[in-house]
Write a protein that binds this ligand. Structure first.
Ligand SMILES: [Zn+2]
Length: 182
């Protein structure tokens, strides 16, 4: 038996043998293989003949392409999803691009990054928000001020005053200060 584990056929990667069986419309008995799609992560089963000849394709992607506006697969959002997925830190449901997209908070019209609200949890519904560079910076400052207060630093200033103050200092200075409360 020919082992085609690891073979790449279009977007499909062959993972393991399923067994021997005839084709969908009967006919010759061949080996069938489980695949995953490197684009969308969907698991599928295909005959060796279709995999080797390149006739096999991801059914999920094919369906998806019909539902999405043309070209959408290659937008920034798609790339962002692929990055999060490859990072291995996304919840299971978000292995699917369409679900991910549906669960996201509305896209802002300014340049933003998707960040986790609670860093100890994965990328999942209700744990992400869009943040600009300034938002991210402010978030860091708020965390820092909280910690600093906990250890008794800046006792004579309120959290709000400190946040405003640190938003004005240079990044370099801020990092130096942050190191002190770790
Ligand atoms: Zn796919």
């Amino acid at each position: 038996m020919k082992n085609i584990t690891g073979l790449k056929s279009k977007t499909l990667i062959v993972d393991k043998l399923v067994g021997r069986k005839p084709g969908k419309r009967g006919g010759q008995v061949t080996t069938w293989w489980e695949t995953h799609c490197e684009r969308c992560g969907a698991i599928g089963e295909h005959s060796i003949n279709n995999l080797v000849s390149g006739k096999a394709g991801c059914l999920k992607c094919r369906r998806k392409i019909n539902h999405l506006t043309h070209g959408e697969s290659y937008t920034d959002l798609y790339r962002l999803w692929a990055r999060i997925k490859h990072g291995g830190d996304a919840c299971k449901e978000w292995g699917d691009y369409v679900t991910f997209k549906r669960n996201l908070p509305p896209l802002p019209n300014h340049k933003s990054t998707l960040i986790k609200i609670d860093k100890s949890l994965p990328y999942q519904p209700n744990n992400v928000e869009w943040a600009t560079k300034d938002d991210r910076n402010k978030k860091k400052i708020v965390e820092f001020v909280k910690k600093a207060k906990e250890v008794g630093m800046f006792a004579n200033q309120t959290e709000q005053q400190l946040i405003e103050r640190f938003q004005k200092v240079s990044r370099q200075r801020l990092y130096e200060l942050m190191k002190r409360v770790k």
